[in-house]
Design a protein around this ligand. Structure first.
Ligand SMILES: Cc1cc2nc3c(=O)[nH]c(=O)nc-3n(C[C@H](O)[C@H](O)[C@H](O)COP(=O)(O)OP(=O)(O)OC[C@H]3O[C@@H](n4cnc5c(N)ncnc54)[C@H](O)[C@@H]3O)c2cc1C
Ligand SMILES: Cc1ncc(C[n+]2csc(CCOP(=O)(O)OP(=O)(O)O)c2C)c(N)n1
Ligand SMILES: [Mg+2]
Length: 572
C-alpha cells in the first residue's frame, strides 16, 4: 500500500503550499529547483514569473505587507538564491512574514563547488529569522510547515528552506500531521504579568504630558482598533514611526503625524517635552531617535514589544512590557482612566502653529519656491486628492519622505515602503505583490528616477499578469536624497548623483504600459485622471524640481529639536 501513497519531494512542496493556504507565489526557475517546477502541474497555487529573483522577493514582501499573510518566493540555487539576498534583508529589517524556498545542488555534491552551488543557509543566516537545509524528502514537509509557523509567529520575518535536488526528486509519503511544527511554540510571547500592567496604568495616571509612539508593531499585531480605543479613552496624543503610518487614522485630532528625522516638527518637539513615552511596537531606529542619549529626555518610558531583544537595545526604559501589543492594550483598557491632558494638547496645538495636523507641510509651513519643473510636494498632494483611498507603494529617497509627510494614511497596510533597509528598487515589484493581495484596491507606485531603474524589468511582469497598477515617477534628475545630503552636509559637492535616465515614457511603452509626461500642474492633473480612468497600467513621469530638499531634517548626530527647516522660512 505504501508505494501508492508515495510522491516526490517536489510534489510535497506544492501540497504543503496548498495546505498552508497559499494562493500565489513569486519565483524564477533554474536547474536545482527544476524538479519542483516540473511538479507544479495543476497546482491551485498561482505562480508569478518575475524577471529577476530580487523582484520576486519584493513581490512576496509586498503581498505580505498588503495582506498580513505569509509571502512566498521560489528560486533556484546559486545565482537565483543570491539574488534573493536584498529582498530577504528588506523583509527581515521590517518584520515581514515570508517563506523563501530555494533549490540546492544534490546532497553528495554539497561543499564541492558544484555548478551553481552557494552555501545559501550560510549566506542568509543573518538576514532570515531561521533557515533550513533539507537533504531528505521526508524532511520537506516538517521544514515547510515550521517555516510558515515561524514566519508569522511572534515577531514576523523571513524563513528560508533550501532543498537539495535529490530530496526534491526522491519518493516518500507525506505525513502532514507528523510534520506539525513544534519549534515555533517557543516563540509564543510570554504573558505580561498583571503587576506590570498595573504599574503601567499607574504611570499613565500620574503623567501630564504623555505621548504614544506607535510603530509597525501596531499594524503587525492587528492592534489598530485597540490603539484607537486606548488613545481616545486616555486622551493621549499619538505620534507614529514611518512604518506605523496607517495604524492610527491621520484625520483624528489626537494624531500628530510621523516623527523622527523627517517627521512633523511639533511631534518631535512634543516628544522632547513629554513626561511619559508609550512606545508601542517600535524599535527606536536611529531615524526615530536622533542621538539616543538625547531622545525624550524628560519622559519615563514604557516599551511594549513582542521581541525581548528590542527592549532596552537602544533606549533604556523604565518599564518593559514584553508581549503582543493588542493583548497588552486590551488587558489595560478596562482599568484605563482619562488623563487630564487638555493643557498638554493645547500646548501641542501651539507648537503646531495652528496649521493642519494632517500634513506638516501644509500652510503655514510654506515650501520653498520651485526652481524649475513641478513642486514634488504639489505632485503628491494632487495624487492624494485624486486617490485618497489608494494603497501607496513607495521607493526610497526624497519622494518617499515627501509622500509620508504629505499623504494621509488612514487605514493599516495602505503605505508599503522599505523602512529599515531602505531598499531602492523595492516599490515596483512590491506593488505587484500588493495587487495580488488586494486585487480590488487602487495601487500606486511612487518612485524616483533612480529607484525605478533598479527593478524596471518588472514592468513586464506587471503586463504579463494583466495587473492594473499605476506608476508615478518623480524625475528630479538626481539621486535626490544623496544630492540633498551633499548639498546640506558636504559642501554641495554633487559627486556621482547626476542621473541620466532613459525616456521613461518610451521605456514604459516598450513594455506595453500607457505612459505620459507631466511638466505643469494642469498636465499632472490630466495625467492622473487619465491613469485612474484607464484599465491598463499607466506610468506618469513628473518632471520635478531638481533642487528641492526634504525638510525638516535632523542633521547627523543631532537631537530631535535640532531639526533644520526650510532655509527661507521663519525659524521657530
Ligand atoms: C530615507 C529614509 C528616511 C527615514 N526617515 C524616517 C523618519 O524620519 N522617521 C521614521 O519613523 N522612520 C524613518 N525611516 C524608517 C526607519 O528607518 C525605520 O524603518 C522605522 O522607523 C521603523 O519603524 P518601527 O520601529 O515602527 O517598525 P519596525 O522596524 O518594523 O519594528 C517593529 C517593532 O514592532 C515589534 N512588534 C512586531 N509585532 C509586534 C506585536 N505583535 N506586538 C508588539 N510588538 C510587535 C517588533 O519586535 C519591532 O520591534 C526612514 C527610512 C528611510 C529609508
Ligand atoms: C539599493 C540602494 N542603493 C543605494 C541607496 C542609497 N540611496 C538612498 S536614497 C538614494 C537616491 C534615490 O534617488 P531617486 O530614486 O531618484 O529618488 P529621489 O531621492 O531623487 O526622490 C540613494 C542612492 C539605497 N537606499 N538603496
Ligand atoms: Mg531622483
Amino acid at each position: 500500500m505504501g508505494r501508492t501513497l508515495e510522491q516526490t519531494g517536489a510534489s510535497i512542496v506544492w501540497e504543503c503550499l496548498e495546505r498552508e493556504g497559499v494562493e500565489v507565489i513569486f519565483g524564477y526557475p533554474g536547474g536545482a529547483i527544476l524538479p519542483t517546477y516540473t511538479a507544479m502541474g495543476d497546482s491551485t497555487v498561482h505562480h508569478v514569473l518575475a524577471r529577476h529573483e530580487q523582484g520576486a522577493c519584493h513581490m512576496a514582501d509586498g503581498y505580505a505587507r498588503a495582506s498580513g499573510r505569509v509571502g512566498v518566493v521560489l528560486a533556484t540555487s546559486g545565482p537565483g538564491a543570491t539574488n534573493l539576498v536584498t529582498g530577504l534583508a528588506t523583509a527581515m529589517m521590517d518584520s515581514v512574514p515570508m517563506v523563501a524556498i530555494t533549490g540546492q545542488v544534490v546532497g553528495k555534491l554539497l561543499g564541492s563547488d558544484a555548478f551553481q552551488e552557494v552555501d545559501v543557509t550560510g549566506v542568509t543566516l543573518p538576514i532570515t529569522k531561521h533557515n533550513y537545509l533539507v537533504l531528505r524528502p521526508e524532511d520537506i514537509a516538517p521544514a515547510i510547515r515550521e517555516a510558515f509557523a515561524l514566519a508569522k509567529s511572534g515577531r514576523p520575518g523571513p524563513v528560508l528552506v533550501d532543498i537539495t535536488k535529490d530530496a526534491q526528486n526522491a519518493l516518500t509519503e507525506l505525513d502532514w500531521e507528523g510534520a506539525a511544527p513544534t519549534r515555533h511554540l517557543r516563540h509564543v510571547p510570554p504573558e505580561v504579568p498583571d503587576a506590570d500592567l498595573a504599574q503601567a496604568l499607574a504611570m499613565i495616571k500620574a503623567s501630564r504630558r504623555p505621548i504614544i509612539l506607535a510603530g509597525h508593531g501596531t499594524i503587525l499585531s492587528g492592534a489598530t482598533a485597540a490603539l484607537f480605543d486606548f488613545a481616545e479613552k486616555a486622551g493621549i496624543p499619538v505620534a507614529s514611526t514611518l512604518l506605523g503610518l496607517g495604524g492610527f487614522p491621520a484625520h483624528h485630532p489626537l494624531f500628530l503625524g510621523f516623527m523622527g528625522m523627517h517627521g512633523s516638527p511639533w511631534t518631535n518637539l512634543a516628544i522632547q517635552e513629554a513626561d511619559l513615552l508609550l512606545a508601542f511596537g517600535m524599535r527606536f531606529d536611529d531615524r526615530v531617535t536622533g542621538t539616543p542619549a538625547t531622545f525624550a529626555p524628560h519622559a519615563k518610558k514604557i516599551h511594549v514589544d513582542i521581541d525581548r531583544a528590542e527592549i532596552g537595545k537602544i533606549i533604556p526604559v523604565d518599564l518593559a512590557l514584553n508581549g503582543d501589543l493588542k493583548r497588552v492594550l486590551n488587558r489595560m483598557q478596562p482599568d484605563l482612566a482619562a488623563v487630564p491632558t487638555e493643557p498638554w494638547l493645547a500646548h501641542i496645538e501651539e507648537l503646531k502653529g495652528g496649521h493642519n495636523h494632517e500634513s506638516h507641510l501644509a500652510d503655514p509651513w510654506p515650501i520653498a519656491p520651485v526652481t524649475e519643473g513641478l513642486g514634488p510636494i504639489d505632485v503628491l498632494r494632487t495624487l492624494q486628492n485624486a486617490a485618497p483611498e489608494a494603497i501607496w507603494v513607495t521607493d526610497v529617497g526624497q519622494h518617499q519622505m515627501w509622500q509620508a509627510q504629505v499623504m494621509r494614511h488612514t487605514t493599516p497596510r495602505t503605505l508599503i515602503t522599505s523602512g529599515g533597509l531602505g531598499t531602492m528598487g523595492f516599490a515596483l515589484p512590491a506593488a505587484i505583490g500588493a495587487k495580488f493581495a488586494r486585487p480590488d484596491a487602487e495601487i500606486w507606485v511612487v518612485a524616483g528616477d533612480g529607484g525605478i531603474q533598479m527593478n524596471s524589468q518588472e514592468f513586464m511582469t506587471l503586463l504579463q499578469e494583466g495587473l492594473k497598477v499605476n506608476v508615478a515617477v518623480l524625475n528630479n534628475g538626481y539621486l535626490g536624497m544623496v544630492r540633498q545630503w551633499q548639498t546640506l552636509f558636504h559642501d554641495d559637492l554633487r559627486n556621482a548623483v547626476t542621473l541620466a535616465s532613459p525616456d521613461f515614457v518610451l521605456l514604459a511603452e516598450a513594455y506595453g504600459l500607457k505612459a505620459v509626461r507631466a511638466r505643469t500642474q494642469a498636465e499632472a492633473e490630466a495625467a492622473i485622471a487619465k491613469a485612474r480612468d484607464t484599465s491598463s497600467p499607466m506610468l506618469i513621469e513628473f518632471i520635478v524640481d531638481p533642487e528641492a530638499c526634504v525638510y525638516p531634517i535632523i542633521p547627523p548626530g543631532g537631537r530631535l529639536e535640532d531639526m533644520i527647516h526650510e532655509p527661507n522660512l521663519p525659524s521657530r
